[in-house]
Design a protein around this ligand. Structure first.
Ligand code: KG4
Ligand code: ZN
Length: 339
């Protein structure tokens, strides 16, 4: 769609609705002025995101979230120059709420919109503010739905060097948590409980997968069999060892993630490394990344906590880069569930 208002794109409204968080953000002259996130508690009792509930909640939340983002930035809709929106990957019903809303708003305001890839945006979180990594940059992207090692080249061209062949790292945290009787999402709960536990108390196996790829489904099975065996002998096993179990599971996931990142560093020779996505909020992963950088004479970059989990600030920022590259969306653009 042609920009009928102006070409400066000073005020960008970002919208994210790929999974279970509705988020709106204002990026103005390169700075984030608001980043409002409406989370959905409705999924907790189901132990995972229920797609139908997610889209219904996005519908209820999207207008109040956008209004709140505008208010916090002290702007009105008429002062917005362009809109950036998540196009995929994600849940189709969730994506459609945000994407269709943005197409309509863009038409009614006579301003352009830009499609943003959710995974690229997680990596872009590193460049929003604070110290920015030099390019080329190696980023471990770990979320509830994805696990990838991404090489960011000049002009933000992204190359996937490795990825999970089954479950994502966040899914491994969440499924392990479910087996331990923890609520959803379990990643942050495991992170907390692990602080009081011994990470060497129990040993779980991670599979040998080719090259820079990962596999997490085997870990899930090995945790399940281990717990079944122990609970048969002692029905209070999980309760008595919860902190140690959390610490050991977290240690297994984090070490496996960094093992492949280290391999990618050796193969590419890149010395600026980072983590992105919801699992990047994990304290053990953050500490271990810093240690890996120190041990290898590299530099670690970790985005602000609020830019790690799903948020619209990263969408607005990625949208700004795409607008600068003249990549504007059209009404025929469709959402996608996989990359
Ligand atoms: O990126 P994100 O917010 O949504 C997706 O695009 O998937 O990631 C959500 C995932 C969930 O699996 C959640 O358990 C995990 O990130 N997560 C964590 C932590 N905070 C969020 N995992 C481990 N430790 C944390 N502190
Ligand atoms: Zn995400």
């Amino acid at each position: 769609m042609e920009n009928t208002k102006n070409n400066s794109h000073q005020n960008i409204l970002g919208i994210e609705s790929s999974c279970d968080d509705t988020s709106a953000s204002i990026l103005s002259n390169g700075n984030i002025y608001s980043n409002v996130i409406a989370s959905q508690q409705v999924h907790e009792e189901f132990g995972g995101v229920v797609p139908e509930w997610a889209s219904r909640k996005h519908q209820q939340n999207i207008i109040p979230t956008v209004k709140s983002a505008l208010n916090k930035a002290n702007l009105t809709l008429n002062e917005i120059d362009a809109i950036a929106c998540t196009q995929g990957p994600g849940l189709m019903g969730s994506l459609l709420v945000g994407h269709t809303f943005v197409k309509g708003l863009s038409m009614s305001l006579g301003i352009p919109f830009v499609n943003v890839d959710h995974l690229d945006a997680h990596v872009f979180a590193h460049f929003i503010d604070g110290e920015k990594p030099p390019l080329p940059f190696l980023c471990l992207l770990v979320s509830g739905g994805h696990t990838q090692i991404v090489l960011v080249n000049e002009n933000f061209e992204m190359q996937i060097l490795g990825k999970t062949i089954d479950d994502a790292a966040g899914e491994a945290f969440d499924k392990a948590g479910k087996m331990l009787g923890l609520s959803y999402p379990s990643g942050p709960i495991i992170d907390n409980l692990a602080k009081e536990g011994n990470s060497r108390a129990f040993k779980f196996n991670t599979p040998n997968v080719d090259k820079l790829d990962y596999s997490f489904s085997g870990l899930k099975t090995s945790i399940l069999y281990f717990l079944q065996k122990e609970m048969k002998e002692n029905p209070n096993f999980i309760k008595q060892h919860l902190n140690d179990l959390c610490a050991s599971i977290q240690h297994t996931i984090v070490s496996y993630l960094l093992l492949k990142l280290k391999k990618a560093m050796e193969e590419t020779g890149v010395k600026s490394i980072g983590i992105a996505g919801g699992v990047a909020a994990n304290s053990a992963l953050r500490d271990s990344l810093t240690k890996l950088a120190n041990d290898t004479g590299s530099k670690a970059y970790i985005p602000k906590f609020e830019y790690c989990t799903d948020n619209a600030a990263m969408i607005a920022f990625a949208g700004k880069i795409k607008l600068e590259q003249k990549q504007v969306g059209t009404l025929t653009d469709v959402c996608y569930t996989r990359k």
